[in-house]
Ligand binder design. Structure first.
Ligand SMILES: [Zn+2]
Length: 343
């Protein structure tokens, strides 16, 4: 089919039409001819300026859908997004989008691109992108987890309110598979994202720990993070003897220290006393969930088998907020998903 009249217009005319449409992403999606004429870094930058800054607050319902399409676009790569963030916030010197004179009181600059979650924000000092609430794009959850995907996902989860579209069955399956893929790939940073962000699904439970051990080969760093997070969320309560105990015993018999290590962790979570840890004279006061998990207990190091436990700020933020009022805690955690139950 020959191009329509609008498709034949030169880029000099298409681009102002796009601007006047409020940078509606449906326009380039409607035609590859139009998309080609809008394929320009200056246009992409203008689209982001329009859709990702708070200056067009009256169009928010429309903007959420547009933000979703924007992040789904092929050109919206981690490299491009970083260049846009610098273009937008470098003049102010903080991701909150304000200078000190305008109210910034805790400069978050330069940006930690590798791990944005190391940049501490608070309810009184939010990143300017916090109100961006489109859907997280499919491209972050398809294929192998790369460093780019981890950094991009972590930045979006830390600085924006973007979520997975759980009502979309295809997307739901993609994210669930992506989580399993991260475990199979042995990618601790990717697994941590899933473990500590309720926007990326439920907290790990006994079934997912089974998967990590029995099907993914028991990467100790991954399994420890899953055990500790499951424990924190109360998912280990009533954990009865199961195939994992058999797995541990078989590994112990085979001379694999991983078997003993995991057995100690499981017994610790059940509140059982292991032979390697004699019963203390005075019982420690029981925690809310019962049992405990200690990263030092039974640890060892072999080539290719070292326990890594990262200090994650996803947890710190909400632990601090436990001293705040429930309303404040809940309000803040709409922005940053809580990892602890409010007592
Ligand atoms: Zn600031």
């Amino acid at each position: 089919m020959p191009p329509s009249i609008i498709e034949r217009l030169p880029a000099e005319l298409i681009q102002p039409i796009f601007r006047e449409s409020g940078y509606n992403p449906s326009l380039p999606l409607a035609s590859p001819h139009i998309a080609a004429k809008l394929s320009d870094k200056r246009v992409y930058t203008a689209v982001c300026d329009h859709l990702l800054t708070a200056q067009h607050v009256n169009a928010r319902p429309h903007q959420k859908a547009s933000q979703t399409l924007l992040f789904a676009a092929k050109w919206m790569t981690w490299d491009f997004f970083k260049s846009w963030v610098l273009h937008q916030y470098e003049p102010k010197g903080c991701l909150c989008g304000k200078t000190e004179k305008e109210g910034c009181w805790d400069k978050q600059w330069p940006i930690n691109w590798e791990d944005a979650s190391q940049m501490p924000f608070s309810r009184a000092h939010l990143p300017a992108l916090a109100w961006v609430n489109g859907r997280l794009p499919k491209k972050l959850f398809t294929g192998e987890w790369t460093q780019d995907k981890i950094e991009f996902s972590r930045f979006l989860l830390w600085t924006t309110s973007m979520t997975v579209d759980w009502a979309n069955e295809e997307m739901r399956q993609i994210v669930l598979q992506s989580r399993k893929g991260a475990i199979l790939q042995g990618n601790l940073e990717a697994v941590e994202l899933f473990n500590h962000n309720r926007r990326l699904g439920k907290a790990p439970d006994i079934a997912s720990i089974h998967f990590a051990v029995l099907e993914a080969g028991c990467n100790r760093s991954i399994v420890f993070d899953m055990l500790a997070t499951a424990h924190r969320w109360g998912k280990c309560e009533g954990w009865a003897r199961d195939e994992l105990d058999d797995w541990c015993e078989a590994r112990i018999e085979a001379g694999d220290p991983k078997g003993r290590w995991l057995q100690q962790k499981i017994q610790g979570l059940r509140g059982e006393v292991t032979p390697a840890r004699p019963k203390p004279e005075k019982e420690p006061s029981p925690t809310k969930w019962g049992g405990n998990i200690d990263q030092r207990e039974g640890d060892y190091e072999l080539e290719g088998d070292k326990l890594v436990v990262n200090e994650l700020r996803w947890n710190e933020v909400c632990v601090d907020l436990n001293s705040f009022s429930p309303m404040l805690f809940e309000s803040f955690c709409k922005f940053r998903t809580p990892v602890l139950h409010f007592p």
